[in-house]
Design a protein around this ligand. Sequence first.
Ligand code: ADP
Length: 580
Amino acid sequence: MAVGGITGTIDGIDYRNVRVVAAMNKIPGTAWYMVTKMDRDEILSALTYQMKMILIILILVIITSGSFLAFIIRDQRVAFYREKYEAELNRLALVKHFDYILKFANDIILLIDRNLNIIEANDRALEFYQYTRSEFIGMKLEKIRAPEAVSQLQEDLKTVDENEYATFETVHKRKDNTTFPVEISSRLVIIEGSKYYQSIGRDITERKSIENILRESEEKFRKIFEESPFSIIMTGKDFGILRTNLSFCNLIGYDDEELKLFTFRNFTHPDYIANDEISLLKLIAGEIPVYHTEKRYICKDRSIIWGSTSVSIIRNKKDEVQFFLVTIEDITSRKNAMTELITAKEKAEESDKLKTAFLHNVSHEIRTPMNAIIGFSTLLNDPDLTEEDRTQYIDIIFQSGSQLLLIINDIVDIANVESGQVKVNLTQMNLNSTLKSLNEQFRINRKQNNVSMSLSTILPDEDSNIITDNTKLVQILSNLINNSIKFTRDGQIDFGYVLKDKLLEFFVKDTGIGIPSEYHSRIFDRFYQVDSAVSRQYSGTGLGLSICKGYVELLGGTIKVESESGKGTQFIFTIPFLRA
Ligand code: ADP
């Protein structure tokens, strides 16, 4: 080929008849060709070796991956079978588990079809309803309902249908017709388009009876709370009123709703609030077990009442304050009686003091005229006495005797008034002429010339005939006019009467020393005399005004004083106006 001028590589057979691969290339610049040949086997021998190696490696790889694959497949199959086995085990366990649940469950478990037939039930259900399995399965649901609960069945199932689940209470019936309350949890189950109810029922007889006991005890507590004669309040931790009973509402005048907006501060007298707050804090701190107090409450109508109050604290299991329980006993009448007793005691003590003062006064008042009588009577024995002196002494003795008589009369009068022995002696009298003669009497007897006296009468003389106790009326007016004269150094004394409705209102008014207002309520007490330097200068027993008061009240009227220190005094009294 080289001879033919062909260049390149060819596959051929050489002279030895061996397959060779020859390469022919022209040597540049010559006419020569270079021919190189190599046995094909020789060339391929290296390749064959490599091929073999590759083949071996390939086979090894295939074997390895095949084994690996086989291993994986085997492993997967093992896992698959294991899983299957475990699933089967679980299923069996589950079946067992549900079997046990069904068998030993304390609850009634029923499966009900859409026609309301019982299609499955656990043993507990059979026990409960007292049926055999063959009797029970296929039974209508309403057969195990108490007659009074049958009508509610459709309503209950409707709720289950609507919500897919419902819990309700009803009453079921056993084979022997006894009934028991039951709580049903029912679930709607749809299997291949068919509707089933899976119901779990629990006998709640015990719960119901506990509920009833609780309700009864709550009712009892409510009754005790509501109907207790003691007032009871429940307040929260912040002292806000939570609940009050009727007794407290009646006591305080607010209703329960009004009180719920209050704390105890709203109806406690301000004098007690600070002390209450301190004591309640002590109660919370556990320093005192109960807080007792007697305090004043302000009612809705602003009246004040007394309450004996006990506050106790109710705590929960964690010892936290839940609420305060307050009981209040109305002790207003006891307190008032106590106050009256104290007043009476003070009055008795005062009266005792007054009596001592009176004895002192009376002895002075009696001794003064007595001494004059005894003294001047002795002097009368003097043979050398002039006629003029004798007349004067006799006059003094007469006046002292009269004064003594007046004092003794006063004592007898007040003793009679107080022992209730004075009788009213109603007679007909002409009021105007009686007053006129009184006026005349005082005008003649009056010592002070610088005090003028005037009488005013409203009725015409001829029309002033009335019926009353003449003597007592005159004595009242005389006592009052005497006092006016006694306590008025100079000025004016007016007395008289006016008509007020069906009453005759008398007045005796002076421009004398007056009576300070703090004494007004006491001057009518027997033996009481205004304790002032001015009034001490005047004689008296302190009986005149109490006799006046006693007589005015006996005649059916009232007496009062209007006076201001230094500006004069007016006594006003009434008696019924009875025309003669
Ligand atoms: P007495 O015998 O002391 O006058 P009364 O009972 O008549 O007793 O009066 C009691 C007291 O009332 C008197 O002591 C006097 O202090 C006061 N009093 C009574 N009337 C008057 C008056 N018109 N002016 C001022 N004080 C009077």
